[in-house]
Write a protein that binds this ligand. Structure first.
Ligand code: MSP
Length: 503
């Protein structure tokens, strides 16, 4: 059923605070993958949204002195706005306060209950509201959560999920599905965490009520993480597992998340799914965290990067490009203005932009504004044209492994060799000496630019579109890479696409 359908999800974002660069980063990686898959002919469902329940959100609403519902409505809108502003192509935006989600979460809970995995007991232990996570005494570091967050002691009646019963099943699953958790270092962390032993998990709270009520006992609201994880199913119409969306898209192909929420996705979620008898997602990729000029971003330091401000200064595609090119996906990254300027100047303005500008303006001025012909390619011409295959393969393999940085390296490396070709062939010299050859060289370059622009589309969609407009290219998906650039097509007056920035 699923063959050519692809389902990708971002984490759903807490609405206790405004969106920032960390959120934008996670969704960007998903957007790039979604766009790539669509260009490859897949039918894609790309989901994002907001995680609106829990103590953290309730507290933030109290602080703002408004009702939790009014509070979440406002902050959720900001996340929705950011997704549009960043040009994300999500097909749905889920909110956990929606009725469809309440229905799905309660049905999911009942499945776990039917399977005998939920029981009522009393929880006493530490809880961090900031992390929305329970901690054992032994996990605390100097009286705080390992993340540095404050913890509070709670003692209350609680439902528990028999997580301890899933230890061996999970380990077996990780073993049999080596691609399930990536990158490899994170997979190892998860395995050793599970090997360390799993305790049953408290999955309901009674000391506040901003959450989905537990079926048949509304003294309890569900633990926000069980509620949150189910969003991936809600969006496909769960509990109606026979509906088209569910049939077409479950299991999810990829959950992209940050490293801080790996345990919830790679341990709790698979165990819940096993209990509910639902097939596992195919892959969970945990990326690293961004710092700002060497410092952890935090409200108290006042150094949280707002992607909207950054885009206003440097341009949307420039920000999208930088975030993916600067740091291998999976590693932590450090944002700095100077590295931003260096990267976008070197790769976009000087390498790709300059190549396009030189080539297209020569075609416009010297070839009657039409894509020229090259009926008899020389060995050098053939070399540049066929080398593309190698870089295209690299690009594909990299994206399939969420190695976005390497995918962009493949693109810039190809543009580099096209720049070497233009310098060697020197069409500006041929203009006087051999105009026929000049036209042939310009054809080869226009073809290299077209292919480069096609590959850039998932990363820098507006600029890649403009570049393809300038070549007057209609077919822009990956199938277009199999056909040669058509000669004789008129092109518009070329304009620079990638400005250069002064540091
Ligand atoms: N609501 C939960 C996720 C539930 S998914 C079923 C949550 N929300 S969050 O808003 O706190 O974080 C969302 C994502 O943003 C996480 O994947 C987190 O890693 C990411 N980031 C938050 N700050 C970040 C950076 N500074 N850098 C990169 N990503 C970071 O957790």
């Amino acid at each position: 059923m699923k063959t050519n359908n692809y389902y990708i999800t971002t984490p759903i974002y807490y609405v206790n605070d405004s969106p920032h660069i960390g959120h934008a980063y996670c969704s960007l990686a998903c957007d790039i993958t979604a766009r790539y898959k669509r260009l490859d002919g897949c039918s894609v469902k790309f989901l994002t949204g907001t995680d609106e329940h829990g103590q953290k959100v309730e507290k933030a609403a109290k602080k703002a002195d408004i009702s939790p519902q009014d509070f979440v409505d406002t902050v959720s809108k900001r996340h929705r706005y950011m997704a549009e502003f960043m040009n994300y192509t999500n097909d749905d935006f889920i909110r956990t306060t929606e009725e469809r989600h309440k229905k799905a979460t309660q049905a999911f809970w009942k499945k776990l209950e039917e399977n005998g995995d939920i029981y009522l007991d009393k929880y006493s232990g530490w809880y961090s509201v900031r992390d929305e996570a329970f901690f054992q005494e032994s996990e605390l570091v100097e009286g705080k959560a390992p993340t540095g967050a404050e913890v509070e002691w709670i003692e209350e009646e609680s439902y528990f999920f028999r997580l301890s019963a899933y230890e061996d099943k999970l380990l077996k699953y990780y073993q049999e599905n080596p691609d399930f958790i990536a990158p490899e270092s994170k997979r190892k962390e998860v395995i050793s965490f599970v090997k360390g032993g799993l305790k049953d998990l408290s999955i309901s709270r009674t000391s506040f009520n901003w959450g989905v009520p537990v079926p048949n006992n509304d003294k309890h609201v569900m633990y926000v993480w069980i509620d949150a994880l189910v969003n991936y199913l809600t969006a496909l119409g769960y509990p109606d597992t026979s509906c088209e969306e569910y049939q077409n898209f479950w299991p999810a192909d990829l959950h992209i998340i940050g490293k801080d929420i790996l345990r919830f996705h790679a341990v709790y979620w698979p165990a819940f799914l096993m209990s509910a008898n639902i097939v596992q997602p195919k892959r969970i990729f945990a990326h690293g965290w961004w710092m700002n000029e060497g410092e952890k971003m935090s409200k108290s330091l006042g150094n949280i990067i707002d992607p909207i401000i950054l885009v206003k200064e440097f341009g949307l595609d420039q920000v999208r490009y930088y975030l993916m090119k600067q740091v291998p996906f999976g590693n932590d990254g450090n944002f700095s203005r100077s590295s931003m300027i260096t990267t976008i100047n070197a790769d976009l303005a000087n390498n790709i932009g300059n190549l396009a500008q030189r080539t297209l303006s020569m075609i416009y001025k010297n070839c009657d504004g039409k894509i020229p012909q090259n009926p008899n390619p020389t060995n050098e011409d053939k070399k540049l044209l066929t080398e593309f295959e190698y870089y295209y393969r690299e690009y594909r393999e990299a994206i399939e492994q969420q190695n976005f940085h390497n995918a962009l390296l493949a693109v810039t490396n190809y543009a580099n060799i096209a720049n070497e070709y233009i310098d060697e062939q020197a069409p500006w010299v041929l203009k006087k000496e051999n105009p026929q050859r000049m036209a042939e060289v310009l054809y080869v370059l226009a073809e290299a630019i077209r292919k480069t622009a096609i590959l850039l589309q998932p990363f820098t969609p507006d600029s890649a579109d403009k570049l393809l407009e300038q070549l007057n290219t209609e077919n822009r998906d990956f199938s277009a890479l199999e056909e040669p650039l058509k000669s004789g097509i008129s092109i518009p007056l070329p304009e620079g696409i990638f400005p250069r920035f002064i540091g």
